[in-house]
Design a protein around this ligand. Structure first.
Ligand code: UVW
Length: 317
């Protein structure tokens, strides 16, 4: 283990009772649950491709989409067009500038350097711990994370199970409404999915209906959201899954029913267990086609030191 990992925390906040490092994938690991995606897993997953249909499950990135807090998204194409005509063949071209939190706007995949927990005294970077016990002192840098950047992750190609909470609850769930383990089991049963069919390294996704507010009522969309709580997060950990995803901006219930907690599911899954999280997905086409089990495929954009990734995740059936 590293010198930082050898240090005993001087204090633990609510919800943390022991160090969570070194990771089961080794003290140096920076890839977390993406390590599940072995050649064997890929071959097993490929068996799920039956009709060859591909569904985009990511949103279009555009001005006016709901953004968390002060996050921003602006695309500009200078000139009109940007260059040319060049050569006797008179070639012209367009380029763009994109100004945004590349990993944290729109459909976004959280990297493992995104969420950490302050142990010890507030502000002490040697005790702000991330996945595998890496500290803010070791990894934080204004020009990109020195460890746990999203480029360290392996591409994901795995079996995914979509939990239709709208069908279970009879309509869109509300902000602050928690998806419990009992809800997951009931929804799976309703969808004829055997819980024992959910294997280590698989993905679990939640259709809550909250995505129907996207660009229609951004204020309400941003005001909170339905999602999994700590009870369901423990189920995800016990199942040893690689990824959670949802049609919401955090996948987890906001506000947490325990008002003293902030993004506790993020911390439980990403920081403590290296389990990935994909936010602001869209499942409408899969739900309409009653496709609840599919192959989830996503390669995070390899931007060195980035906290997450935008991009276009796909479902293959
Ligand atoms: C935070 O960044 C707190 O949340 P999210 O990962 O949902 O954007």
């Amino acid at each position: 283990i590293t010198a930082a990992q050898a240090q005993t925390p001087t204090a633990m906040p609510k919800g943390t009772d022991k160090p969570w490092w070194p990771s089961k994938w080794g003290a140096d690991d920076e890839a977390g649950a993406s390590n599940h995606i072995t050649p064997e897993k890929v071959l097993d997953t490929a068996k799920w491709i039956k009709d060859g249909k591909i569904y985009k499950i990511g949103r279009v990135y555009e001005g006016g989409m709901p953004l968390f807090g002060p996050r921003a998204f602006t695309l500009r194409i200078p000139g009109g067009p940007t260059g040319g005509p060049f050569g006797d063949n008179k070639l012209v071209y367009h380029d763009e500038f994109l100004s945004t939190e590349i990993g944290q706007t729109g459909t976004q995949f959280d990297g493992l350097g995104h969420i950490g927990i302050q142990l010890g005294k507030d502000g002490d970077k040697s005790e702000m711990r991330f996945y595998n016990g890496h500290t803010a002192l070791e990894i934080s840098d204004a020009y990109g994370l020195k460890k746990l950047g999203v480029e360290k992750l392996k591409p994901l190609f795995t079996r995914a199970h979509l939990v239709d909470m709208v069908a279970l609850k009879g309509g869109m769930m509300d902000a602050g409404q928690e998806i419990t383990t009992a809800d997951i089991k009931a929804a799976l049963q309703k969808q004829n999915i055997n819980e024992s069919d959910i294997k280590p390294g698989d993905a679990i996704m939640f259709h809550t209906g909250w995505g129907s507010l996207w660009m229609k009522n951004n204020d309400r969309f941003n005001s909170g959201e339905p999602g999994i709580g700590l009870d369901a997060a423990k189920w995800v950990v016990e199942k040893d899954l690689a990824l959670t995803g949802a049609d919401t901006w955090a996948v987890e219930v906001v506000p947490n029913p325990d008002k003293s907690l902030a993004f506790a599911v993020h911390a439980e899954l990403q920081t403590k267990h290296g389990i990935h999280n994909h936010e602001n997905l869209i499942f409408d086409e899969l739900i309409a086609a009653k496709k609840y089990q599919f192959v989830y495929c996503f390669a995070p954009a390899p931007i060195k030191g980035a906290t997450g990734s935008n991009g276009c995740p796909i479902a293959i059936t």
